[in-house]
Design a protein around this ligand. Structure first.
Ligand SMILES: Cc1ncc(COP(=O)(O)O)c(C=O)c1O
Length: 405
């Protein structure tokens, strides 16, 4: 795949950092935005800036139409059956908190079990711990194998041996790149009478997501990990489930009628979207999904997978490097430790060479513990990365190896 024309659509990539060409390899933390997204947000901000679902005036109507169209785009992009199954949130974390809090409050009680994989991001673990504490339910971990995959035999055994009400699992692992077989996991969960919440934060940019073929009951998304703006995300929920969720937050926008004594709530999705939404964010999110559709996520994924193979082979040749996460199916994430240097030192030296990576526990402390490491260095790829970026990474790591030898 020729990346140059696509790369030119991203103004942030055309800069130097510390006197070097920027090699942006921190895409699992946040992706850069193409002109199409920047322009969609700017056009709203410049000409259509008005509140939604409130005004009879023309600008408000235009804003409302664009906001509603954004919801329809998100629904279509992930194969939801209707736009009302999409609730806009301020990110993936809020989407997951919404499910754990509202669904948990209405459905969990003493003795129930929530299965949470050991590789979950804290955003798909801590909210379930809180819901369990409040309800008397228990969080039980699903083990991860040495290669960084969910142990499916153990998963099936756990489903059979506990009163499981909910399974919480990520689609793609932000820390080590594993693509989990979420469709199979949902089938097993449903057979056992449990629901499944999928954390899709890292998936949308790298794999085709179709919630109806996955069968997910809830699917959480983050716009800024899929070439869209920060501060916006969405929760997909099966209509019948969302329709029964108690409001997560209440107040403006969520109500049908209010007296000083009581309130009745609006229909979906308004009932779950309290306050003024991030309208430019939602419009930018939809523009990002449209952009992705134009470029075909599957061919972008093939390009990322080729780069990952090149990067993994090159990095493994450097003495003292251990790659964490060797799953058979991986998205473009390369996580590793270096014997001689702490990840923070690795990240600092790489930055001096213009290479942006993430170091730390990646909000996955239980997974770090599983592999017996406090932290890793993570290089994460996006569609616009090139062989030059990989070469800059390898050059930087050679420098780390020399400095810390
Ligand atoms: C797998 C996963 N889940 C959830 C999140 C949280 O997303 P946000 O910060 O957009 O709420 C992240 C972000 O790193 C993630 O990688």
């Amino acid at each position: 795949m020729t990346v140059a024309p696509l790369r030119n659509e991203f103004p942030a990539l055309d800069q130097e950092v510390n006197g070097r060409r920027l090699a942006y390899l921190d895409n699992a933390a946040t992706t850069q935005r193409p002109e199409a997204v920047i322009q969609a947000v700017e056009a709203f901000t410049r000409y259509d800036n008005a509140n939604v679902h409130r005004g009879v005036h023309t600008v408000s109507q235009r804003a409302t139409d664009k906001f509603d169209a954004a919801r329809a785009t998100v629904a279509r992009a992930i194969g939801a059956s209707r736009p009302e199954e999409i609730v806009f949130t301020k990110g993936c974390t809020e989407a997951l908190n919404l499910v754990a809090s509202s669904w948990g409050r209405a459905n969990l009680s003493e003795g129930d079990v929530v299965l949470v994989s050991t590789m979950e991001h804290h955003s798909n673990l801590v909210p379930w711990q809180q819901a369990a504490t409040l309800s008397g339910a228990k969080v039980v971990p699903i083990p991860v194998t040495d290669s960084g995959e969910i142990d499916l035999d153990d998963y099936v055994r756990l489903l059979a041996s506990h009163p499981v009400k909910m399974v919480a699992v990520k689609h793609v692992c932000n820390a080590i790149g594993t693509v989990n077989p979420v469709g199979d996991m949902v089938s097993e969960a449903h057979r056992a009478g449990a629901l499944v919440t999928v954390d899709g934060a890292q998936a949308l940019a790298h794999v085709r997501v179709d919630v109806s073929s996955i069968g997910a009951d809830f699917y959480a998304m983050a716009s800024h990990k899929v070439y869209g703006p920060m501060g916006t995300g969405a929760l997909y929920g099966r209509f019948d489930l969302l329709d029964r969720l108690p409001p997560y937050q209440t107040g403006g926008g969520t109500i049908r009628s209010v007296t000083m004594e009581e309130t009745t709530f609006a229909e979906l999705p308004d009932r779950l979207e309290a306050g003024t939404p991030n309208v430019p964010g939602a419009i930018g999110f939809a523009a990002a999904l449209d952009w992705l559709e134009r470029h075909d996520v599957e061919s972008l994924a093939r390009h990322e997978s080729d780069l990952l193979r090149t990067a993994t082979e090159a990095v493994t040749r450097i003495p003292g490097i251990t790659v964490i996460g060797q799953a058979a199916r991986k998205a473009g994430i390369l996580s590793f430790t270096m014997e001689a240097a702490h990840p923070h030192d690795v990240g600092t030296v790489l930055d001096s060479e213009g290479v942006a990576v993430r170091t730390g526990h990646h909000c996955c402390q239980p997974l770090m513990r599983r592999f017996g490491v406090p932290a890793t260095t993570r290089a994460s790829l996006a569609a616009y990365n090139t062989e030059d970026d990989v070469e800059a990474l390898v050059r930087g790591l050679d420098k780390v190896a020399r400095l810390f030898a």
